[in-house]
Design a protein around this ligand. Structure first.
Ligand code: DQQ
Length: 582
């Protein structure tokens, strides 16, 4: 997207380029290259516009901003270009919902209007103050063309309005400016604040001047008006700029309940720190311990910021944000799923970007990672069901799941692997690079145990299909079998100019029982998948040219050398919710 340009020395840029995956650059170039003259008819087909994922009726969207629950309504603000399907003219658009599934569009909440946001209103978060009033902290661009970044506050004009339709910017703006020691063009996206020991704290993402050190810059305030920067950032790492940081407590391992962002002490097992790396366009997190007196956050895994990094999602998912839902006592994650087609395609379609399905998020029983699952409200959209049980898929075989229109569906499968004996040996050289391994061993590369999984959005002749699958290796890290989860869109479409990376992540699950599950939310041009009950998640944007609407098919496949049993498959056609009037 047309985001701020790097203000780094050439040597630093070169190093960053080397560190970055090739796929990032492919995506970037697709987003910035000149429009190609021809746009195939299928790309502009309404059958590729998602049905139950969040989007406005038209134009560009990116980051979710300031989600919150207030007086009976869920609010979602988001970065939006009211004038077109490319990044630019960004404002905070605003939608409300009773259930996070059916959405009503309201007037924009924040638009440029004061000297410290005159050239842009960028991402930020909401905090519920002690009197119950929400406050928005957001980044303003204060100078033309230079991306000079400043933090601002906005408050509801009328806090008794449950829809929070109007927002004002108090005179005491700005609340934080890029003083010495802060890189003024890499200083943005304030978090939800938390309260401890008489003071509010919040983080702003940054890049330490003249270095590659991404950081979560810490601020404190007694009154939410005057903010003072702490001497040290809460945390930092040599990974490049940290966009959209997020920081929150989680309850004890395995407990699905969420905690208020200010929760501390008894009941808090760990804290989670997430950053969105502009360099790779993925959201990474660590699980660790926060000491609010020493003002230190220490990840449990000391190398977790750079090596074998945990991602919320290993696919097309970025600039995410969580919030605490007091109604159902859960923490909910929202994330932006960008397009993988070209700028020319987006302009022709007239829209670009969706939000992923809201996910409940909690600490895995292992305490080492998070688990995510689509919020239960999504199930209200389930319509016609189809069930398959106890079906063995032999090596090289596949079967079609018939009886439903799967182009807008929710599919849950439980697999049983008959034996792990034929699992391929694992090459430890790939332990830090699931994506590379999956790129080499795609869905059509025969294996020992797997690849097995789903072909979704498949054309009748199978010339087009997106594969979501598992592959099991033996003798991995710590002697355990290694489970790889991949989303392979290399055959998803015959349309040219599409970005078709094979996304992948390892799944930290015990497969010795042979059991593993997969859930895929299929929605016309998005496939959002949850492996092993939400331990590993991958969202892919795909644009079939033939497998559109009723011409899209769903299969279970097995390209391994070991029998796989589908012990249960349940699929539902999904209804269309209210979607911002579209
Ligand atoms: N998008 C916003 C920035 C943020 C970036 C601008 C992340 O505030 O850093 O639209 O996608």
């Amino acid at each position: 997207m047309g985001n701020p340009k790097w203000a780094l020395a050439p040597w630093a840029v070169l190093l960053l380029l080397q560190l970055s995956s090739a796929s990032h650059h492919t995506r970037r170039s697709l987003e910035t290259e000149a429009a190609s003259p021809s746009v195939p008819a299928s790309i502009v087909s309404p059958l590729l516009r998602t049905g139950y994922h969040f989007q406005p009726p038209m134009n560009w969207i990116n980051d979710p901003n300031g989600p919150l629950y207030y007086k009976g309504w869920y609010h979602l603000f988001y970065q939006y270009n009211p004038k077109g399907a490319v990044w630019g003219n960004i404002i905070w658009a605003h939608s409300v919902s009773r259930d996070l599934i059916n959405w009503i569009a309201l007037e924009p909440a924040i638009t440029p209007s004061i000297p410290t946001d005159k050239y842009g209103v960028w991402s930020g978060s909401t905090t519920i103050l002690h009197d119950g009033t929400p406050a928005i902290l957001y980044t303003g661009i204060g100078r033309p063309d230079t991306n000079y970044q400043i933090q601002n506050i906005a408050l509801p004009k009328n806090a008794s309005d449950p829809l929070l339709r109007e927002w004002t910017k108090p005179d005491y703006n700005p609340i934080a400016v890029p003083v010495a020691g802060i890189n003024a063009t890499q200083f943005r996206d304030p978090t939800t604040a938390w309260f401890a020991g008489g003071r509010w704290r919040m983080l702003v993402g940054g890049l330490r001047p003249g270095t590659l050190r991404g950081e979560a810059i810490l601020y404190r305030s007694r009154d939410f008006k005057h903010w003072v920067r702490a001497k040290h950032p809460l945390h930092s790492a040599l990974t490049g700029m940290w966009e959209c940081p997020d920081f929150y407590p989680v309850a004890k391992a395995g407990a699905e309940r969420g905690l208020d962002t200010s929760a501390y002490g008894a009941g808090v097992a760990k804290h989670v720190l997430k950053n969105s790396l502009d360099l790779t366009r993925y959201d990474y997190y660590t699980v660790g311990t926060y000491d609010n007196t020493a003002e230190r956050y220490v990840p449990d895994n000391p190398t977790g910021d750079v090596y074998r990094r945990l991602q919320y999602d290993y696919g097309n998912f970025y600039a995410s944000k969580t919030f605490f839902d007091p109604v159902k006592q859960r923490r909910i994650l929202l994330g932006w799923a960008n397009e993988s087609d070209s700028v020319a395609h987006d302009k022709a379609k007239g829209w670009a970007g969706i939000q992923a399905i809201p996910r409940k998020i909690w600490l895995d029983p292992s305490g080492k990672q998070l688990v995510q699952w689509p919020i239960e409200e999504l199930e209200k959209l389930r319509g016609k069901p189809v069930n398959v049980g106890d079906k063995v898929v032999m090596p090289g075989q596949h079967f079609e799941v018939t009886g439903l229109h799967s182009y807008q569906s929710d599919v849950e499968v439980s697999f049983e692997v008959s034996s792990l004996d034929k699992a391929e040996p694992f090459d430890p050289a790939y332990i830090n690079d699931a994506q590379k391994l999956c790129g080499m061993k795609g869905a059509d590369v025969k294996g020992g145990v797997g690849p097995f999984g789903l072909w979704v959005l498949a054309s009748a002749d199978l010339a087009e299909k997106t594969a979501v699958f598992f592959r099991v290796f033996k003798d991995g890290y710590g002697g355990k079998p290694v489970v790889l989860m991949c989303s392979d869109p290399s055959k998803s479409s015959l349309t040219p100019d599409l970005y078709k990376p094979t996304f992948a992540g390892f799944v930290d699950t015990d497969i010795s029982s042979g059991k593993i599950s997969l859930r895929s939310l299929i929605d016309r041009s998005v496939v959002e998948s949850f492996g092993a009950g939400g331990k590993t998640c991958i969202l892919s944007r795909v644009y079939p040219s033939m497998a559109l609407g009723k011409d899209a098919h769903l299969h279970v496949f097995n390209n391994g050398a070991t029998d796989i049993k589908v012990s249960r498959l349940a699929a539902w056609e999904m209804k269309k919710p209210l979607m911002n009037g579209a």
